[in-house]
Unconditional design. Sequence first.
Length: 310
Amino acid sequence: MSAGAGRVAVIGATGCMGRQIAAAFAARGTEVVAIARRHASQVAAHRFLVLDAAHASSEQLAEVLATERVDAVVNATLGWGDELHSTNVQLVERLVDALKKTPSPPRLVQLGTIHEYGPVPWGTSIGEEVEPDPQQPYPRSKLVAAGLVLDAARAGELDGVVLRLTNTIGPHPAAESFFGSLAARLRDDPGAIDLTIAEAHRDYVDSRDAADAVVRAAETPSAQGVFNIGTGRALDIGTLVTALVHASGRPPGTVRGHPGAVRSRGADWIQVDSTRARRLLGWSPHHSLDASMRAMWETVRAEEPERPSS
């Protein structure tokens, strides 16, 4: 797929990463086919197909990809809870099978997670040479999916690459994420906020920078295997919270942070080594922490707060 040309299918296009990926491709002149279970306003600028990809057969997926004549397909879906296996594993099984059946199959970019590596020693920069050892169901399922893509690519059955993204911040965060929910609290609660803050250090990359990495991976067929995507800086959660509070314009004293145990999907230390992506994809992050938090705050502030049902 050449830069700034062609046609790409984004599966999971209405999600917080999918919408950024679709926008990044469109900004480079690539025609986007947005695929999701239901339409949403954020994909109004793109061709949209209603498809429950997690429950579609490989034959259905193959027909869609062949009919749309796409040059690349990005799997930006993710599932939790009851949807974990069907979305994270079965969809990829069927997508890989579909690509094997598609004449001139498009390049596949599979979005994974840095959590596939599992906990690492404090101070480690996580490169692709680290042996994955996830401890929780979600990253385990994503690791299985990555293996399906990588095994098929090594066998010459498809052209596929896996990006393992770290945590993301920036515009339009997932409402259930820690910073997405905190931004909503800052918007909706004018009083003092007591917040339990994990004693952890994490690498957060702007979702727009992550989307740029996806575009580059789709446009660089010579790039194969796994690419870790992050800023290369592990910041303590308190620093990240302070940046968001500052972006909101709230006086710092109105948010009182208390250290404590927090149920989390992540490890206590995450710092990503993206040397391979910088070298082979020409990728690097461009948005500062303050810029990311300002974008997050502005988009959350503009949203209508949820009203309690009567």
